[in-house]
Ligand binder design. Structure first.
Ligand code: NAD
Ligand code: ZN
Length: 353
């Protein structure tokens, strides 16, 4: 088969690899119908994720057709069209039982982290992929949900919802600020309405991204290259600050912004992946009764989100801005890697039908 293979920082190739086969009785082999690229894949290619080694097939999102299942797989069978979760989880260890499958303890040869696809084992940017723990890591897709919409449930939509909105304790009537309007920030904006906030403020430096956010459910926009960004947000919240500030960039400056915007009693929900420390202004924050939450997506809400997509309540297909065939993978990386120029949000890379 052909696959997108990582060969060290800045090195990748669409090349011939052996077809995957069943290793464990709980595995499934899936033919990839549609896959995509994540900002995390770009981090890997910069060399920021040293656990990814030379020869690894990248990708942790996608929809495919099950070709074969191991003898212990009960709920999934050959022919099923499935969402491949970015988190592979056994469903039975103590963390899985506490609804924290992202910390699944099962020994896949690489225990200790639920995100293993395209990280510690070969991933979805390929013609075929081996998915461990198929019963708990694949989700059957209803006929009326297309592949492009479905694959947003592998990672980004559950990430924005679980780590942004749910950890951020959003309640009816709340004012929510989302700093960063990339796919993850927009996923938080799209799913915020499930908890009925009165205002959702998108904050980003990029005018195109803010414009997109208004189409995903944001009610207000703030350009934080303006000196008065904080005053603008305070003016929208009776001078008090927001109930929930969601950090969806992953740099110290935007984390600090969230701690400045949150009102007493509110929540800062950090979603961004950080590579350097932040200086917590605890001398100002100790008195504010705030909560700061962090998290790695569990994707345990994928089945719930899928019901809403099937009913037309959420329309994540609109993340897709560019379409490619699988053998155009290198072009897809080029377009996605220059998102500020190309205005790419999510790319859909599909098997020729
Ligand atoms: P992205 O890079 O596509 O989008 C980031 C957005 O932030 C862009 O729109 C950019 O214009 C904006 N931005 C950059 N600097 C800014 C600044 N100083 N002020 C305001 N806006 C700024 O990223 P994404 O794919 O949407 O992911 C967002 C973050 O979430 C990343 O850090 C990613 O690694 C992380 N992530 C976390 C999890 C998790 O489980 N916690 C899962 C997936 C992704
Ligand atoms: Zn991802």
């Amino acid at each position: 088969m052909k696959a997108l293979v990582y060969h060290g920082p800045e090195q990748k190739a669409w090349e011939e690899m052996p077809d995957p086969g069943i290793i464990q009785a709980t595995d499934a082999i899936v033919q990839v119908d549609t896959t995509t690229i994540c900002g995390t894949d770009l981090h890997i290619l910069k060399g920021d994720v040293p656990a990814v080694t030379d020869g690894r097939i990248l990708g942790h999102e996608g929809v495919g057709t099950v070709m074969e299942v191991g003898s212990a797989v009960n709920g999934i069978q050959a022919g099923d069209r499935v969402i491949i979760s970015c988190v592979s989880s056994c469903g039975s260890c103590s963390y899985c039982q506490q609804q924290l499958p992202s910390h699944c303890l099962a020994d896949e040869g690489v225990s200790g982290v639920g995100w293993i696809l395209g990280h510690l084992i070969d991933g979805t940017q390929a013609e075929y992929v081996r998915v461990p723990f198929a019963d708990t890591s694949l989700h059957k897709v209803p006929d009326n949900v297309d592949n492009e919409a479905a694959q947003m449930l592998s990672d980004i939509l559950p990430t924005g919802f679980e780590i942004g909105i749910r950890n951020g304790r959003v309640k009816p009537g709340d004012v929510v600020a989302v700093v960063g309007a990339g796919p993850v920030g927009l996923s938080a904006i799209m799913t915020a309405k499930l908890y009925g906030p009165s205002r959702v403020i998108t904050i980003d430096l990029d005018a195109n991204r803010r414009k997109q956010a208004l189409g995903f459910g944001a009610t207000d926009e703030v350009d934080n290259s303006q000196d008065d960004w904080k005053e603008q947000v305070l003016a929208m919240t009776d001078g008090l600050g927001v109930d929930t500030a969601i950090e969806a960039v992953g740099i110290p400056a935007t984390f600090d912004m969230c701690t400045e915007l949150v009102r007493p009693g509110g929540t800062v929900a950090n979603v961004g992946v950080h590579g350097s420390p932040v200086e917590l202004q605890i001398q100002d924050l100790w008195i504010k009764d705030i909560a700061i939450t962090t998290g790695l997506v569990s994707a345990s809400t994928t089945p719930m989100l899928l019901k809403l997509v099937a009913q037309g309540q959420l329309t994540p297909g609109k993340f897709v801005t560019h379409r490619f065939k699988l053998d155009e993978m290198m072009d897809a990386y080029d377009i996605f890697g220059r998102a500020a120029e190309t205005e790419a949000m999510k790319v859909a890379i599909s098997r020729p039908s």
